[in-house]
Design a protein around this ligand. Structure first.
Ligand code: DGJ
Length: 687
């Protein structure tokens, strides 16, 4: 049978969509390595359906409730009065260019036009998918997913996802799904700490890995259903406030982008597809060196005052930091977490010579200056709250709940966005600030805007947040922006596209951090992963690890220091200075190279390998278990490298030892771990 088909090609993959022979919908024909579409579709199935419709069994790219009544649909629409519920559409044409495809469907009764968009991302193996809706009369959308993806499985579908909670984000978790439905998501007005908006699917033990990631800073869901016909169908999209988005007549509503990725090389290969994609999201900003920062939060908490900060800044400069960031506590009314948010004025008591003088003093040490801010937050004690109580999310007649002693501003309001923009412009225009850490520390609870009627507050907040980030980029292009939400509560592609780095977690304890970073690097690139060396044992994880371990671990991304350097011995400071100097020599490889995850944090040894040009950098970490050597017979631990040329020779630039590529891949790079030697950074030069 011949069907109308379209194939999109990325560097190494192809994605073929066809019109279904069974009804008015598009379905997946093939997705995998280039050329995979050449053969009968692996998603073809017997067309006998019992008790369900053919659409329910189809590997459909996108179907509305109405046409697909039983097994899960991506779109639920009705008239505002609830009449004419469901969508039955007809195919209304295709437009295809090199790298993009648009498929239109039209429901005459509802007056709804739905366009499925596909776009390849040059230089990557990512295809972006999203959907646009236009209607002639007002419609109520109760579900408006971005896309559905289909993965044929011959055995059991293996799902990999990143889960956790505050301080334990990005734990890599796996689940085999023989049948049934699996859902992750967030209703916290942000992606949340519980689950990353990211999923990978594999066919049992088969290495080929399919991945999706949703670019949306608000509420979301990803739902995977193992279907009877031997495939997994994954639906993903944003979740509108109180479950309803209104589509005004003539308006076009676009869903968030869903990035779809494939790698034949398992989750590790898939991670490199995501890394390449995020390097692309960073654009030319990728090539700005990410400076070694010092952040004073863990050292001084809210106890911020000029003399103490300058003492820290001096020591930070001495060990080689390039940027000093003052975190929470620099503004009026912020003696603790009960006040100050919203009144973004430096506290004159803490900076008696003036804040500009303080910034100048920091800069005189040769450091750039950075500042923390939480633009969406407001303390009930603040002047801002006294002046604008209506700017806070609230429901008339209901008490507002405090979380971390603060309320949340309704950033969907244009006047609130304008206030935030003016505040940022004022701070960045008045003081010599080159780095901004944007934090957000509470979810919306009593989320309402009295008098506004039915509004999709989640979408409006997301749009306001992105508008302000876009403003920062255009009005202050030289300012580096760090995205943070009480750790990793708001990390997704829309944020990553508009920030320079993100903060994966407040947990900086060495072994906890290792596991957080391991999960993080499955989905996100090293150049966006902000990571600090802090004081052992840290506040969460008492398991001792050396200073070297903490440095090597933090160097796996963008190195920072957050320890109380005032208490460090001269020997510790000297060691820190050596590590920072080494990091500066290799950070271009770490941030621009191809990264490979070696082993897991559950193994006695693990690490990350970075390759760029002739250089290979290996960050190697011993997680604790030793083999007793040299007291008893034992061999060195080994980390097997990957992707090297077996016939080439590689020289360890520190020791001069040379290895063949075959040796490094087959046996691995040796490490003689001991109690005092639990981490190493090896730089290999291809000869
Ligand atoms: C939460 C952030 O994740 C921390 O790094 C720190 O900035 C605190 N907020 C400050 O309140």
């Amino acid at each position: 049978m011949t069907y109308q088909r379209w194939t999109l090609r990325t560097d190494n993959t192809s994605y073929t969509v066809r019109l279904s022979p069974d009804g008015p919908w598009a379905e997946l024909d093939a997705w995998g390595p280039l050329g995979v579409e050449d053969g009968p579709s692996a998603l073809d199935r017997s067309r006998r359906t019992h008790f369900i419709t053919p659409a329910d069994a189809a590997p459909a790219e996108y179907l509305p409730y109405g046409l697909r009544p039983f097994t899960g649909s991506e779109l639920v629409a009705s008239r505002p009065d609830g009449e004419d519920r469901g969508v039955w559409w007809a195919f209304a044409g295709a437009e295809a260019d090199e790298g993009s495809l648009r498929l239109a469907f039209h429901d005459e009764l509802l007056g709804l036009r739905t366009v499925l968009h596909y776009e390849t991302v040059p230089g990557t193996d990512v295809i972006l998918r999203w959907t646009e809706f236009t209607a002639t009369e007002e419609l109520r959308l109760e579900r408006l997913d971005s896309a559905a993806v289909n993965i044929p499985v011959s055995g059991v579908a293996r799902l990999t996802y990143l889960t956790g909670q505050w301080s334990q984000e990005f734990q890599r978790t796996q689940l085999d799904l023989p049948r049934g439905t699996f859902t992750i998501g967030s209703l916290q007005g942000a992606p949340g700490h519980g689950y990353a908006p990211w999923l990978a699917v594999q066919d049992g033990e088969s290495p080929a890995a399919y991945g999706i990631a949703l670019a949306w800073p608000g509420n979301w869901h990803i739902t995977a259903e193992a279907e009877p016909g031997g495939s997994v169908r994954v639906r993903a999209g944003r979740v509108p406030h109180e479950g309803v988005a209104l589509l005004a007549p003539g308006e076009t509503l676009a869903t968030p982008r869903l990035a779809c990725a494939f790698s034949p090389e398992g989750l590790d290969g898939l991670s490199r597809v995501w890394h390449r994609y995020e390097r692309r999201l960073s654009g030319e900003r990728l090539h700005r060196p990410r400076k070694v920062l010092y952040n004073s939060w863990e050292a001084t908490g809210f106890d911020v005052e000029a003399a103490g900060q300058l003492e820290l800044a001096k020591t930070a400069a001495d060990i080689g930091a390039e940027l000093f960031v003052v975190d929470d506590g620099w503004f009026t009314g912020r003696a603790d977490d009960t006040g100050g948010l919203g009144d973004w004025w430096p506290d004159p008591a803490a900076f008696p010579q003036g804040f500009d003088q303080f910034v100048a003093d920091v800069r005189a040490l040769g450091l750039d200056f950075g500042l923390w801010i939480e633009p969406e937050a407001i303390s009930p004690k603040s002047r801002l709250y006294a002046e604008h109580p209506e700017w806070v999310y609230r429901i008339e007649g209901r008490p507002g709940r405090l979380v971390r002693n603060q309320f949340l501003l309704d950033l969907g309001r244009t006047d609130v966005q304008d206030f935030v923009i003016e505040t940022l412009d004022r701070l960045l225009g008045t003081y010599d600030i080159s780095y901004l850490k944007w934090d957000m520390n509470r979810p919306p609870t009593e989320r309402g805007r009295p008098g506004a009627g039915r509004v999709d507050l989640d979408a409006e907040h997301a749009a306001g947040y992105l508008r302000v980030l876009d403003h920062l980029r255009s009005a202050h292009p030289d300012v580096t922006v760090e995205g943070c939400a009480g750790g990793g509560g708001r990390i997704e592609h829309a944020t990553i596209a508009r920030t320079d780095v993100v903060w994966p977690s407040d947990n900086t304890a060495p072994l906890d951090r290792l596991s957080i970073q391991y999960g993080f690097l499955h989905a996100h690139a090293p150049h966006v992963m902000s990571s600090w060396v802090t004081d052992a044992p840290g506040v969460f994880d008492p398991r001792p690890r050396s200073l070297a371990f903490r440095f090597v671990n933090a160097m796996c991304g963008v190195l920072g220091v957050g320890a109380d350097l005032r208490a460090w011995t001269p020997e510790q400071r000297a060691e820190a200075a050596r590590w920072i100097a080494r990091y500066k020599e290799v950070r271009d490889v770490i941030h621009h190279g191809e990264a490979r995850l070696l082993g897991t944090p559950e193994d006695p040894s693990c690490g990350v390998q970075y390759d760029a040009g002739e250089r290979t950098v290996v960050a190697a970490l011993s997680t604790g278990r030793l083999d007793g050597a040299p007291l008893v017979p034992g061999r060195s631990a080994r980390l097997r490298l990957r992707g090297l040329d077996p016939t080439a020779r590689y020289r360890d630039t520190a020791t001069g030892t040379t290895y063949s590529g075959a040796h490094l891949v087959h046996y691995g790079l040796p490490f003689a771990w001991s109690r005092d030697h639990d981490a190493d950074l090896v730089v290999l030069m291809r000869e």
